[in-house]
Design a protein around this ligand. Sequence first.
Ligand SMILES: *Cc1c(COP(=O)(O)O)cnc(C)c1O
Length: 416
Amino acid sequence: MPTRDDCLQMDAQDALAPLRDAFELPPGVVYLDGNSLGARPRSAAARAAQVVQQEWGEGLIRSWNTAGWFALPRRLGDRLAPLIGAGANEVLVTDTTSVNLFKVLAAMLRLQARRDARRCVIVAERGNFPTDLHIAQGLIAMLQQGHALRLVDSPEAIPAALGDDVAVLMLTQVDYRTGALHDMATLTRQAHDHGALMLWDLAHSAGALPVDLRGADADGAVGCTYKYLNGGPGAPAFLWLAPRWHGEFESPLSGWWGHAEPFAMEPQYRPDPGVGRFLCGTQAIVSQALVECGLEVFERTGMAAVRQKSLALTDLFIALVEQRCAVHPLTLITPREHARRGSQVSWQHPQGYAVMQALIDRGVIGDYREPGILRFGFTPLYTRFIDVWDAVEALRAVLDGEAWKQARFQTRSAVT
Ligand SMILES: *Cc1c(COP(=O)(O)O)cnc(C)c1O
């Protein structure tokens, strides 16, 4: 079993170690929540000042052209594309994940209704992040065309839920609670075999592991930039459409930014021929500009190296917790197999919420999800092997000393 010195040795030999310096991390904190809000790239502070002081303050309205504001959603999309196996002019950075999911799902349902009105079922997992299900429910209620959501209770149940009535298979590649990773290529093929379109949510996979949307032949995807991509709190999300659908999918939010010529100011909507039709309105430029700072760091490495370190970090964490916290009621709910694991590790504990609060109090920041789940995200760009060691020692101390029993760790905050 590795020692603390072994962890220091692993850091000394880690090719990604220098990238940690690209991030601002508070002293005394082990940050294991980059899967929920990525750490701040150091360059983001200067970039924010530049956007606010020069581009806005001095450039004023001219900056839409001179600072490239208008092109930003597409430019950022092109920079993000290699991380998800997409090409140029296929990705937009815009709106939120929830809103992008609404747009892409609506376009898919509309296309399927045009081909065959009996295709009206969306297959999804009951355990998916709730917003994905809520968006589907709202869309179904709005359409009033007999659409339905068919929820499965386990990944193994997905193939049996696919039939000739299925319009869309909508899945999140990495489960936000368990960290379980789907086989993107196989599931996409199964969806296509049944005539369904495949929509992937990459919230917990973009920037966490290599994603190959084109290789898997997927139809559409959405995802976050504020998690593993380190774009900043509430940073705009992304969407991808397979090139074969660019002229076919229609956005239900046909705002002026999606028009073929926004400044022609035509009363009649005429969509952009490409992915640009999925833009809606004026973007939050200050927030959008910061996304670039996160993407730049990825250009200094490759996703294969990120994945290799991610698996080494999560393997180490699992092994150390099992060794050092063995007497405590912790149940691993993350798959052990590499091919089925994302970049997080989750443990269930009967007092999960209070344990996490006591841990955060000691400077080890993970988060909590119902039911009873301690969630730890591992972001290879800035997490060290020594952080894994220190986090496990803190967890052991909290459990051995029963620090979590203190009253102040029992009350729930709005965000867990
Ligand atoms: C984090 C997350 C979201 C977040 O959606 P927002 O619109 O950005 O709030 C959506 N889906 C999944 C699967 C997520 O993990």
